[in-house]
Design a protein around this ligand. Structure first.
Ligand SMILES: Nc1nc2c(ncn2[C@@H]2O[C@H](COP(=O)(O)OP(=O)(O)OP(=O)(O)O)[C@@H](O)[C@H]2O)c(=O)[nH]1
Length: 896
């Protein structure tokens, strides 16, 4: 055993160095300072004496306080060196604060005797406490404890209570240490725990023991020590609780502190535990451990974060179209990772490349991220949303009817016959081009007719959301039967859920075959009633007016069955049927009121246009003050030309109308951007690449009325094929102006004007910029021209054109040139850059370019039939006399 120093012994005995120095002085033991070493004999004597004194002291309890307070602080500092911050902090407290500690470190420890740990701790603590500063406390109880045999205690650890321990401590002197030694030898883990306790509190005296212990413990002890940290308190608590509570005021300070820090401590302890478990597994070396623990504390907080974040990005919400950068941002990764991944898959993308949802989803899946499509709220749809109306407010309204059918089957004539008016004469080219509406009265009941133009293009016109018509009259010429546009009309009507009434027209014609038409229509599920079906068929003649009345009656009957109703007493709402810009009147819009009543002076909004109804005219051109459900009226007062098919809504104030229009404009802009974006999608790009050189024909359409713009757009878009895609980059009403031309110029587009002319500036710019500007009065011509233009754009079709034939008569070899075939041109002509086909016995042995064509020594442009010449074939020298040479070239031929 090593000799103890004064301060070590003082500590062990729980007294001041000075106190011990005094004692030593009294005993005439010469020591210079608290660092002086003491003979074992002296230490033993003092120990035994002090123990006795302590025992006596505990009776009056007075010295305790002082001792404890003094002892604790040095302990703290010491333990601080040996342990990690937290533990240090706690340990010392433990000594005093037993009561609280347990809470922090180990709740299970509260009961005095708790399983093994407690036992172990009990066994160990006492020592440590005995040796260390806790002693005083123990000493307090010591009397009781003292009675108990230590050995017994150790052997029967479980039951030993704190008193025992305390006793032990009190009695402990060196033997104690010996005991400990023995204990340690016998104890395994628990001992280590105990040791830990000791270490924390120990001063040098313990080092002997510790030495042994350390040797044994080595690295493993680290963990144990940590455990010790936990277990010790248990023991201590047990030990100290009563003692402290009873007698020591000082710990109260600590207690308060502890309470304040309770939460923190708890947290720290848990963290520490976690860390320790993880860390110590990997760490073996003593020196590093403390650092590691300390370091581990820092990263501990951020540690759980990344885990959470990962979970968060497991699902992302992305829009329909986004860039690689945006996707990467959403996925919280750097875009280069995505780019790399796609590159590995053979796809070359850039950060700003836009991809569609599906592609983005595929990419995200590769990174184990789930995608969800962003729900795009259609603000306009939301604005236009309406609640169900009360049935009680509804009154009967006239049916809205449209006339559909194949070209020239007599739609206009029929409508004309119905209206008793002659519309047909007013139309350029004899084709219905405008959408209008009219109201006819039959037996006191009204029917509203929408003029649906017969041309295919017009059938594609769509209304926003709501269907404009209730009943469709399908006109089929009795002499012509079902034609492509008849089928298209049927499909349109069916898709819109419109009732179909078939009007078999031209029955006055001798070639009329009503039954054939009926028969043909059965294929499209239009079965006449007399054949057991449910479709009304009315044979009519627009010319003779035969069947017109029946047709109208059938319309009314169908309408009655449909129970068409609307509430006239509410703000008006309906559809824009047609709109145009009039020089004198400004924006003129034909609207169909569907619900409510529209009055002059009402504020309305229709798409991008808004305003106050200045004046209203009915279908006969009469001024009206109001228009109820199913009534078409022409209105003046809008600030802009709305699109045909747009919903118009009556607003309470002009401001509300303006807001509506502004919202519409804003959304449309966004939509346009989105559309433009999506066209540049990755998906598209790949398709384009796959398809080869995909070409786009950009077109700007300007027309006199919105309906024609729409018609033109639809017709032109249909011309798109695999090789050329038609893109209507702009469509509008009015004269072709400067901005149309600049737009066309910038996007390499052609301008098609329908019933409009360019203004002077536009004309100049178009000429200067070389913009192709075409003006038409008939839609057909425009479409024909575009078709032709498209043919010009299409890749030319090449055909082989045989130029002539020659026979090889002789061959020559020329160095640096190869074999020259001296030939005779039998027919046609041989041109310098033509291709040749060399045949021998009917088998083609060479097919390729003619490298050189010579007459004697000179290169010539061509050699005609009847002349001799020399051929050199490119990279081919196996030429024999008698071989036949065919000259040909590929020429571009016009597409059919
Ligand atoms: N004999 C006879 N001819 C008719 C009848 N109805 C129309 N036609 C003729 O058929 C041709 C086409 O009539 P339209 O009314 O212009 O036909 P549409 O379907 O409106 O034609 P688009 O406007 O071009 O779609 C005209 O020459 C009419 O005179 C009819 O009942 N009997």
């Amino acid at each position: 055993m090593t000799k103890l120093r004064v301060h070590e012994l003082a500590k062990e005995l729980g007294m001041d160095n000075k106190e011990l120095l005094d004692i030593l002085a009294k005993k005439k033991v010469e020591v210079k300072s608290h660092m002086s070493t003491l003979e074992e004999q002296v230490t033993d004597t003092i120990r035994s004496e002090y123990a006795k004194k302590k025992a006596e002291n505990t009776e009056d309890g007075a010295p305790k306080k002082k001792t404890i307070v003094q002892v604790f602080r040095p302990q703290n500092s010491k333990s601080g060196k040996m342990q990690n911050g937290n533990r240090q902090g706690q340990r010392p407290q433990n000594g005093n604060r037993q009561g609280q500690r347990p809470q922090n470190e180990n709740r299970t420890a509260k009961p005095a005797n708790q399983g093994q740990n407690t036992q172990g701790v009990a066994a160990a603590k006492p020592q440590s406490n005995g040796v260390n500063g806790s002693r005083p406390q123990n000493a307090e109880q010591g009397q009781r404890r003292n009675d108990r045999p230590q050995g017994g205690r150790f052997n029967n650890n479980d039951r030993n209570d704190r008193n025992d321990r305390g006793g032990r401590f009190n009695n402990n002197d060196r033997n104690d240490r010996n005991d400990r030694g023995g204990r340690f030898n016998n104890n395994d883990r628990n001992d280590r725990n105990d040791r830990g306790g000791r270490f924390n509190n120990n001063d040098r005296n313990d080092r002997n023991d510790r030495g042994g212990r350390f040797n044994n413990n080595d690295r493993n002890d680290r963990n144990d020590r940590n455990d010790r940290g936990n277990s010790r308190p248990q023991g201590r608590q047990g030990q100290g609780r009563r003692e402290d509570r009873d007698s020591i005021p000082a710990p109260m300070v600590e207690q308060q502190k502890t309470q304040r820090n309770k939460a923190k401590d708890k947290e720290k302890d848990y963290k520490k535990k976690e860390l320790r478990d993880g860390e110590f597994e990997n760490k073996g070396k003593k020196g590093k451990k403390q650092k590691q623990v300390a370091e581990a504390k820092k990263p501990q907080k951020p540690q759980p974060k990344p885990v959470e974040v990962e979970e968060e990005i497991k699902q992302i919400t992305i829009p329909e179209v986004l860039t690689i950068q945006e996707l990467a941002d959403k996925m919280k990764i750097v875009p280069s990772v995505i780019i790399k991944k796609l590159f590995m898959q053979g796809k070359i993308v850039t950060v700003n490349q836009e991809i569609d949802y599906e592609t983005a989803e595929e990419i995200a899946m590769e990174f184990d991220v789930l995608c969800e499509k962003e729900v795009v709220v259609d603000v306009i749809e939301e604005l236009l949303k309406e609640d169900e109306e009360d049935e009680a407010d509804m009154v009967k309204r006239p049916p809205v009817v449209c006339v559909m059918g194949h070209v020239d089957h007599g739609k206009t004539s029929l409508l004309d016959a119905i209206r008793h008016s002659n519309v047909i004469d007013r139309e350029a080219g004899g084709i219905t081009q405008h959408i209008g509406a009219s109201v006819v009265e039959v037996d006191g009941e009204k029917i509203t007719f929408l003029d649906t133009p017969g041309h295919e293009a017009f059938t594609a016109m769509r209304m926003r959301g709501a269907s404009s018509t209730d009943i469709a009259i399908l006109v089929v010429a009795a002499d012509d039967g079902v034609m492509p546009q008849t089928v298209e009309a049927i499909n349109h009507a069916k898709a819109a859920g419109i009732e179909i009434i078939v009007a078999i027209n031209k029955i006055d014609k001798p070639s009329a075959n009503v039954e054939r038409v009926k028969q043909e229509l059965t294929e499209y599920e239009l079965i006449p009633e007399d054949w057991g079906g449910s479709t009304i068929f009315v044979p009519v003649s627009a010319h003779t007016k035969e069947g017109i009345k029946e047709l109208l009656e059938m319309v009314l009957l169908t309408a009655e069955v449909m129970e068409l109703k609307a509430n006239p007493n509410r703000a008006a709402r309906g559809l824009v049927i047609e709109a145009q810009l009039d020089k004198g009147k400004g924006s003129v819009a034909t609207v169909l009121v569907q619900k409510g009543t529209l009055h002059v002076g009402d504020a309305i909004a229709a798409g991008s246009a808004h305003g106050k109804v200045r004046a209203m005219m009915d279908d006969k051109g009469r001024r009206v003050k109001e228009a109820g459900p199913s009534q078409p009226v022409e209105i003046l007062g809008l600030n802009d030309v709305p699109n045909a098919g747009e919903v118009f809504v009556g607003c309470e104030t002009e401001k509300a109308a303006r807001n509506f229009a502004e919202t519409f404009i804003a959304q449309n802009k966004a939509k346009l951007l989105e559309e433009t974006k999506s066209k540049m999608s990755l998906d598209d790009l790949f398709t384009q690449i796959q398809e080869g050189n995909l070409k786009e024909l950009n077109i700007v359409v300007k027309a006199d009325v919105q309906g024609s713009v729409e018609a033109m757009k639809q017709s032109l878009l249909k011309l798109s094929n695999d090789e050329v895609v038609i893109k209507i980059i702009h469509g509008g009403v009015g004269a072709i102006n400067e901005s149309d031309v600049t737009l066309a110029s910038a996007s390499n587009a052609i301008i098609i004007g329908f019933n409009v002319r360019p203004d002077a500036t536009a004309k100049d710019i178009a000429e200067r910029e070389g913009v192709d500007l075409r003006l038409y009065r008939v839609i057909y011509s425009a479409i024909e021209d575009v078709e032709a233009a498209m043919k010009g754009m299409l890749d030319p079709v090449f055909e082989e054109k045989v130029l002539g034939h020659a026979e090889v008569r002789q061959t020559f070899k020329a160095s640096g040139v190869g074999t020259i075939a001296g030939s005779y041109v039998q027919d046609g002509i041989f041109e310098r850059n033509c291709s040749v086909r060399l045949t021998r016995d009917g088998i083609v042995i060479f097919d390729g370019p003619l490298a050189s064509l010579k007459r004697f020594k000179d290169d010539v442009k061509e050699v005609k039939a009847g002349y001799e010449c020399g051929f050199v074939f490119e990279n081919y020298n196996d030429i024999k006399e008698g071989d036949l040479v065919e000259a040909y070239k590929m020429v571009e031929v016009e597409r059919k």
